[in-house]
Design a binder for this molecule. Structure first.
Ligand code: HOZ
Length: 440
């Protein structure tokens, strides 16, 4: 039994001052029971709690830490940038480098605007799609989470799903009525929605590989179908690549699956662990933004020099420094090749562990993102994900934590592998998983 006395004391204090003791709901551990631990150090694939316990971390600050925590190049970039000032509120050179990096790595993005979070990026992308098409309705998929903007908190994933509030209180019905929610990986409901709302749907927003109800993949041809039906109906296709962008490939899920969306949203990796978001796409669409066009969007800290410096260092470490001259594909970049190998090892090992323990598990993986569901049936959408035995997940989560392995404290979050995870870290993880599942 790991002792966490200092964490417990901090949590007790936090509860008095912060709602639920946390600044983002999933962190409260309410889905798995017990109390959260407080971290004061992270390095490589490990985090240390305030009591001095360390854990192999598969949360990776929810995605940004693709190179592991506190990568020396990122830390150095942030320190150097900070020496010159933490915020200017006027253009800085890092913003141009960042924009060029994103545009050259993601061919569908001709122009990009920075924000401070993925939530802001998705809210802004929706506003832009509505302003561009002059239509109000949007389609999203149940279990997909696009941040906590009003019109997107309808049948949402992540914490909203974890705590049973996929439709948040405080969102006026008048806002939510413009959001059409459909099951992911199904074609007929999408066709029916377009037929019933002729010339009214501004866009489909989708996580191309949904990672906020665990992780499930698009069925072959599904993203192509979404691309085609939006084009046929004069609607835009928005890929929310806040999690998948620069993780599944330098060009994100759209590179991996060969689809060209109209607008994409980003976050996480492009900030190297600092607060960030971005949305970008076709130039004719992006030029509808103020000051060029009528769609308003702004931010005091947008393009912040520290966040830009950290993100540039993160991305250059992934794809090399000369990306502006020669855009590169995943297979050309050693970090992506390594992530793929580690992902494959984890997947094979988890499947073996489950089999030998006789526990039905569906283990989904795409590159370095993964999720294990405690069900023997395939998981392609939210309805399938809901079949996972969540009591088993709780036991698994705590068993792993006691063995020094930190997984996201909810069935409905994806796991992330970093290049800093070693083969030995994976073997430890797999041994722990086999041991925990044998106790079921
Ligand atoms: N909801 C985000 C993950 N899908 C962030 C969770 C957090 O930061 O606590």
């Amino acid at each position: 039994m790991i002792l966490r006395a200092k964490s417990e004391a901090l949590f007790a204090e936090a509860l008095d001052y912060i709602p639920g003791g946390v600044n983002s709901p999933v962190r409260a551990f309410r889905a798995v029971g017990g109390k959260p631990f407080f971290v004061n150090k992270a390095k490589g694939c490990r985090v240390w709690d305030v009591d001095g316990n360390d854990y192999i971390d598969y949360v990776g600050t929810w995605g940004p830490a693709i190179l592991g925590h506190a990568h020396p190049k990122i830390i150095a970039a942030v320190k150097t940038a900070a020496d010159h000032g933490t915020s200017f509120g006027i253009p800085n050179p890092f913003e141009v480098t960042m924009a060029k990096l994103i545009c050259s790595l993601v061919p569908s993005v001709a122009k990009v605007r920075m924000t401070n979070s993925g939530t802001e990026a998705c809210m802004s992308a929706i506003r832009l799609a509505r302003g561009f098409t002059k239509r109000d309705k949007i389609i999203k998929f149940d279990g997909c989470y696009h941040g906590h903007g009003d019109s997107l908190l309808v049948k949402a994933g992540s914490g909203a799903l974890t705590f049973g509030n996929p439709d948040s209180a405080g969102v006026p019905a008048d806002f939510a009525k413009h959001t059409i929610v459909l099951p992911f990986n199904e074609t007929e409901p999408v066709k029916a929605a377009f037929a019933a709302n002729k010339n009214e749907i501004a866009c489909i927003i989708v996580e191309p590989v949904p990672g906020n109800a665990g992780l499930y993949l698009p069925k072959p041809g599904y993203l192509e179908f979404l691309r085609k039906i939006t084009q046929e109906n004069g609607a835009l296709l928005i890929f929310d690549e806040v999690m998948t962008g620069f993780r599944l490939a330098p060009g994100g899920a759209q590179e991996r699956f060969g689809i060209t969306p109209d607008i994409s949203t980003f976050g996480k990796i492009i900030g190297g662990g600092l607060p960030v978001g971005a949305f970008g796409g076709r130039a004719d669409i992006m030029d509808h933004l103020a000051p060029l066009g009528p769609v308003y969007q702004a931010g005091t800290l947008s393009g912040n020099p520290l966040a830009m410096a950290a993100g540039i260092a993160n991305m250059q470490e992934l794809v090399g420094r000369n990306v502006l001259i020669a855009p590169r594909r995943a297979e050309d970049c050693p970090p992506y090749r390594r992530l793929e190998l580690l992902g494959a090892r984890l997947e094979a090992g988890m499947k073996d562990a489950a089999k030998s323990a006789g526990v039905p598990v569906t283990f989904n993986r795409c590159g370095s993102m993964f999720c294990g569901y405690f069900t023997g049936e395939p998981v392609w959408n939210l309805a399938d994900a809901m079949k996972s035995d969540r009591e088993r997940f709780k036991k698994f989560f705590h068993g792993m934590l006691d063995a020094g392995v930190y997984l996201a404290p909810s069935q409905f979050e994806a796991g992330f592998i970093s290049t800093a995870h070693s083969e030995a870290d994976l073997e430890w993880t797999l041994k722990a998983a086999a041991g925990v599942m044998k106790t079921f």
